[in-house]
Write a protein that binds this ligand. Sequence first.
Ligand SMILES: NC(=O)c1ccc[n+]([C@@H]2O[C@H](COP(=O)([O-])OP(=O)(O)OC[C@H]3O[C@@H](n4cnc5c(N)ncnc54)[C@H](O)[C@@H]3O)[C@@H](O)[C@H]2O)c1
Ligand SMILES: O=C(O)[C@H](O)COP(=O)(O)O
Length: 642
Amino acid sequence: MSDHLPDQPAAGPAVPLPYLIIDFDSTFTQVEGLDELADIALEGSPDREKIVGQIRELTDRGMSGELKFSESLRQRLALLPARRAHIGQLVERLKGKVSASIRRNRSFFERFPGRVYIVSSGFREFIEPVVAEFGIDADHVLANTFTFDAEDRITGFDPENVLSQDGGKIRQLRLLDLNGPVYALGDGYTDYQIREAGLADRFYAFTENVTRPAVVAHADKVLPSFDEFLYQNNLPMTLSYPKNRIKVLLLENPDSRAEELFRAEGYQVETVTGGLDEDELMARMEGVSILGIRSKTQVTARVLEAANRLIGIGAFCIGTNQIDLVGCMKKGVAVFNAPFSNTRSVVELALGEIIMLARRIPEKSPKMHAGEWDKSARGAFEIRGKKLGIVGYGNIGSQLSVVAEAVGMQVLYYDVAEKLQLGNAIKCRTLDELLEQADIVTLHVDGRPENTDLFGEAQFARMKPGSLFLNNARGPVVEVPALAAALRSGHLGGAAVDVFPHEPKTNDETFESELRDLPNVLLTPHIGGSTAEAQRNIAEFVPERIMQYVNTGNTQQSVNFPNIQLPDQPAHRLIHIHHNVPGVLARINNVLAAHSVNILGQYLKTNEHIGYVITDVDKQYEPELIKALREVEHTIKFRVLY
Ligand SMILES: NC(=O)c1ccc[n+]([C@@H]2O[C@H](COP(=O)([O-])OP(=O)(O)OC[C@H]3O[C@@H](n4cnc5c(N)ncnc54)[C@H](O)[C@@H]3O)[C@@H](O)[C@H]2O)c1
Ligand SMILES: O=C(O)[C@H](O)COP(=O)(O)O
């Protein structure tokens, strides 16, 4: 039995629950209130950007300890042309900008309002209504207050308020005189000063929104999220595990959007340019929960053995033949890919290649670059009316079929599976039937092991003399020496090849192949799916699938897990992956019954190797229940979602 994410610690506060002194700007909320107020007040002003920028800079200098706090506040307010009416708009804006992890753990604040103080150098007028939604009363908000003139313009701050003065938070804490342990949480230097003055037992630097190195350097602990604080202190939390503890390793340069999306969700992300070989990858797998790869990285049984926390793999491409899918299943690792995101890109490349080969451009263009003018129609033909033989009529093959017919080609196809015949395409019963008729043969099969060497001497010999050949599928599907021989002998009129049995791991390695320097051969470095559109689509599609799996257990479109999509419902969700043997579901339910847990919804799907059960239950689980579920015989992985 293995388990990648620890369960929620015993749901209950440490005794006694320390007082939490929480900063407001950039901690409770994602932003600085005064910066936002300036942005609102200056709407429509040509100076908006300039003044907001100046205020931001002053805020930053004050927060990092570079400028005296009172001076930073005075200068900011002098720049701020705001009125009382703007404060209402600011409150609405701030309500939508409460830090994600604070928002997520609203129930914590509602449960322990007496232990939380918002101590801020910001202003009560906008803080109070925002934190009130979390059950925090006005007498637990300690903040500055604005002064106004007769026309309701903000003129400054109340100088009598200790929080407007240097060392204001220290003075405020002294006045509060709390009896018991005190923890201070914030992003600024003034939050650290509470601890420095001995008025807090710990200072936690909160970095979910902003990281100030000078502040982090003084922290007892760094908190990428409030979940992390609750987790470290064994306090009740909404998630079962802080996302910042989930490590994502991205290889082979997927579009930067992927990293952005994972980071936005709070995950820790590491990236590696290019691919890694087996040993290198094994050395990187410790602690990795999510692995992102493209077509090059081989995820073998040895790699999986080295993966002690892996729960999901994202193939940022279509093909998944590079992954030991069954091995993943048996380890409870769900695999997702992007089945359609680069389909169109491959189709467009194939069509372009067909035309280029038919006009012998691979020969003509280099000659022109060398200064040779070779104007002749020898060996050049139109593609209109020619027979295109598509081997593998899946997503790419069938899309190419439509596009090829649109430019006047006749399409023949061969597939091992029964496929919907599109347009006027003609199905061939055997591969040979297709090879004997086609003027151009294009491969779009997947990389399953049985397809290794699908095309060799015999298949090329079957093709019509002078015909063209394209491989944009997978390198091992074609015996390269046989293809090279058919081209050298002139039996084939040309070829376009994008994929190779041995491809360089990075752009720094040299490409070696027998196909180099052959006539009328277009060679491309596995770029069938390498377009801006495809890469962007993939980088959005795959992280979304993986995050849905991590967050909700949804396995829709997983390539190796039974597909289950569940409704979101207010419940506690338990995820159980087990070897597919009889009786596991009954055992799970016996454990739930023995702990008097009511099942709100339960979904089971199995495949040849595993069973996947999602159970929604109606009450907070006890540690003993989790332990008992984990001990159910044949469990591969057990996970508490929330
Ligand atoms: N060059 C690139 O950059 C690039 C980009 C995307 C995809 N690809 C490759 O293209 C492949 C196909 O992509 P897709 O989205 O169309 O996949 P798909 O799964 O939709 O289609 C593959 C089709 O091939 C058929 N097939 C498998 N083996 C066969 C065989 N021996 N003979 C005849 N038919 C066979 C399958 O039944 C299926 O219909 C991918 O698996 C990937 O390897 C390459
Ligand atoms: O399977 C695929 O989608 C293609 O082979 C593209 O792979 P790549 O992302 O490694 O370019």
